[in-house]
Ligand binder design. Structure first.
Ligand SMILES: [Zn+2]
Length: 108
C-alpha cells in the first residue's frame, strides 16, 4: 500500500517545499496550497545509515537515506532503495516503514 508524496506551494511568491507548514518559509504568506507530487525526481545526495537513531529503525540498518530534488522544485529527505547514486532518476511514493508513513524512492 503506497500513497503519493505531497508538497506545498505559495501562490504569491511561487516557492515550493516539502514539510507541511501554515505559512510560506520564504515570504511568510498564509494558506499555502497542498498538492500531490508526481514522485519523480533526481538524487541529490546519498547517505548509508549503519547505526539507526531509534530502536524500531535498528532492525532495518544499514539503510539508505537520500536527498531528492523533486521535479516540482522542492527537495526532501527520504528513504531509498539500496545502491542509489547521485544523479539517478528516481520514482517515489509513501510507504509504511517501522509503523510510520515515510517517503521512499527507487530507481525510475
Ligand atoms: Zn511565499
Amino acid at each position: 500500500m503506497s500513497d503519493a508524496i505531497s508538497y506545498q506551494r505559495c501562490a504569491p511568491c511561487g516557492h515550493v517545499w516539502y514539510f507541511v507548514r501554515s505559512f510560506c518559509p520564504r515570504c511568510g504568506a498564509r494558506e499555502p496550497s497542498t498538492s500531490r507530487a508526481s514522485g519523480d525526481g533526481i538524487v541529490h545526495a546519498v547517505t548509508i545509515v549503519d547505526r539507526a537513531p531509534t530502536p524500531d529503525m535498528k532492525a532495518l540498518a544499514p539503510y539508505t537515506l537520500v536527498m531528492v530534488d523533486a521535479d516540482e522544485g522542492f527537495r526532501l529527505m527520504a528513504h531509498g532503495a539500496p545502491g542509489l547514486s547521485i544523479g539517478d532518476r528516481v520514482a517515489g511514493s509513501v510507504i509504511e516503514l517501522a509503523g510510520r508513513s515515510i517517503p521512499y524512492f527507487k530507481r525510475a
